[in-house]
Design a protein around this ligand. Structure first.
Ligand SMILES: Cc1cc2nc3c(=O)[nH]c(=O)nc-3n(C[C@H](O)[C@H](O)[C@H](O)COP(=O)(O)O)c2cc1C
Length: 191
């Protein structure tokens, strides 16, 4: 069967995958909700064994974001002091978009591992879909995302779901550079 996709599709995918970067700072420009909805929809096209579709996405509004920032401040104050917490509070307050990604738990350890893998694929889809519109992202698994208070604020039962990450999105204020090892370092061939 000949490919249903054009050579141009391959070129564009390579460009999107290679140029996506974890973004550390965003402008205050709001992101069109239709872009967010389309990225969330594309996220759900990730592979998932047994068709469990284990991902859950919680799109956080200003009230919840402020509460998560306050919880994070409490955690940082206890660990590193008020000044460090205030720096983080100011930094986080400028992030325009927040999506909490969680994974449905399974009583079967192997299924749980496979479902978490599927959720990670969904996050990659989400980030690439955003980036195809010029919207940058950062996947965070900071301590707050594993705090029971976070689950309550985000609205999930930690016995039923586990955090995959907090995905921040917005227009990048700057795009960091990154490199990867050559594939000869990481690819083995066997006859
Ligand atoms: C599971 C996971 C968790 C991550 N958590 C964090 C985090 O908490 N803080 C952070 O700065 N970056 C986090 N990152 C982003 C990585 O630091 C980033 O992907 C790495 O530096 C490579 O940069 P790139 O995404 O621009 O290629 C996380 C990435 C993954 C896959």
């Amino acid at each position: 069967m000949s490919s249903p996709l054009s050579a141009e599709s391959a070129r564009m995918l390579a460009e999107i995958v290679r140029s996506r970067r974890t973004v550390g700072s965003f402008t205050s420009e709001p992101i069109d909700e239709r872009v967010v909805e389309s990225a969330l929809e594309l996220a759900t096209w990730a592979p998932n064994h047994r068709k469990t579709e284990p991902w859950r996405f919680t799109w956080l509004g200003p009230e919840t974001r402020t509460a998560v920032i306050a919880l994070n401040s409490e955690i940082i104050t206890a660990k590193s002091g008020a000044a460090a917490a205030e720096t983080k509070r100011q930094q986080w307050s400028t992030i325009p978009g927040w999506i909490a990604v969680t994974c449905r738990r399974s009583s079967d350890a192997f299924l749980m591992e496979e479902d978490y893998a599927a959720c990670c694929c969904a996050v990659q889809n989400l980030m690439l879909a955003f980036w195809s519109h010029g919207v940058g992202t950062k996947w965070s698994t900071g301590e707050v995302t594993r705090h029971p208070g976070y689950a309550e604020l985000v609205g999930f039962d930690p016995a039923e779901e586990r955090t995959v990450g907090l995905i921040w999105y917005g227009t990048p204020a700057a795009l960091p550079t990154q490199s990867r090892r050559p594939i000869t370092d990481v690819v083995r061939r066997r006859p």
